[in-house]
Ligand binder design. Structure first.
Ligand code: F6P
Length: 356
């Protein structure tokens, strides 16, 4: 198939993040301008393929979106292989995707998303579609790549918020607990916690002990420190009362309540939430997204499908989609940044800094 006649579909799926439009632009402009391909953008993730909702992307639609937050295509958490609807339709959702892919005459499909999106992409490849994945997430938890766009922007946003906590904590002599996103991993808490000067950083990957927290925060107060900042990943383990039916409160609220009742220090929590996914991408994320997008278009032009584009250090590479499916990149407990943070007296809740 000459590259000139190739028709490539693009979709963005899963949680949105800054940099998605930069990635769409990277794929689209490379495919369009360098290889003369036709580009079709599908709405709302895999839903657009299921329901044949798409539009052609030309140079005009790809202009002015490098710095635009969110995704011009829209997104959803639709999982075609999970959310079946046989009773409504003769064909399953995956079968409808394959039928529409062929009916539109696509020669390839670029799926931009996180772990779940890559897993679906691998299954569609197995059904005979030509698929390429581009990793995206603010959580930095996509296995197989050292970098994704979204993460740097979220670290910047969370760090800016933590910076602001220092002044209000100092004014009131309070402990401020800041909960950051990250799903089941602690990357966002680790990086924004270190960057924002968090005294305590709690990660899902490191078990924490309330007594250690109490001892560490009390020692800080006894040493004349006027306040403390505690950065908490949303996915940390919180022992909820056995058998309790009520919906668990947020990690930040639970930790703040526990600290105040254990130490008697006035404590408040802030849940950063979706602000970490909003707004314009950082310059680093614009570069990462452009590089990944352009590389995905190169793979499509070469007919090299069934892969996720990835970073090995700062170098572009690609990994089989099947190597990524179903895996999550957790923070290794021996990550050097954890030791370096402990060296500057940061407590991870497992032991007092300076002790083995
Ligand atoms: O994966 C990105 C993320 O923001 C996670 O950090 C967070 O736990 C989750 O999405 C929130 O999901 P939703 O957007 O469906 O509420």
């Amino acid at each position: 198939m000459s590259k000139k006649k190739m028709k490539i579909g693009i979709l963005t799926a899963g949680g949105d993040c800054p940099g998605l439009n930069a990635a769409i632009r990277g794929v689209g402009k490379t495919a369009l301008l360098k290889y003369g391909m036709k580009i079709y953008g599908f709405s709302s993730g895999y839903l657009g393929l299921i329901n044949k909702e798409y539009r052609e992307l030309d140079e005009k639609s790809l202009s002015g979106i490098l710095t635009l937050g969110g995704t011009i295509l829209g997104t959803s958490r639709e999982k075609p292989f999970k959310h079946q609807d046989y009773e409504e339709f003769v064909l399953s959702k995956p079968e409808r995707i394959c039928k529409n892919y062929k009916k539109i005459g696509l020669n390839g499909l670029v799926c931009i998303g996180g772990n779940g999106t890559m897993k679906t992409a691998g299954k569609l490849q197995d059904m005979g579609l030509n698929v390429i994945g581009i990793p995206k997430t603010i959580d930095n938890d996509v296995w197989g790549t050292d970098r994704t766009f979204g993460f740097d922007s979220a670290v910047n946003i969370a760090t800016e918020a933590i910076d602001r906590m220092h002044t209000t904590a100092n004014s009131h002599k309070r402990i401020m607990v800041v909960e950051v996103m990250g799903h089941h991993t602690g990357w966002l808490a680790l990086y924004s916690g270190v960057a924002g000067g968090g005294d305590v950083i709690l990660l899902p990957e490191i078990d924490w002990d309330a007594e250690v927290l109490k001892e560490y925060l009390t020692r800080r107060s006894d040493a004349g420190k006027p306040y403390s900042i505690v950065v908490v990943a949303e996915g940390i383990k919180i022992a909820s009362a056995a058998g309790s039916k009520k919906k668990r409160e947020s990690a930040g609220a639970a930790i703040a309540k526990m600290i105040q009742s254990m130490t008697g220090f006035e404590t408040r929590e802030t849940i950063l939430g979706y602000i970490q996914r909003g707004g314009a991408p950082s310059p680093a994320d614009r570069v990462i997204a452009t590089r990944l997008g352009a590389h995905a278009a190169e793979l499509a032009a070469a007919g090299d499908f069934g892969k996720m584009v990835a970073f090995e250090g700062y170098n572009l590479t690609e990994v089989p989609l099947h190597d990524v499916a179903g895996k999550t990149k957790m923070v290794p407990p021996d990550h050097p940044l954890i030791d370096e943070a402990r060296s500057v007296d940061t407590c991870f809740g497992d032991k007092l800094p300076g002790t083995d």
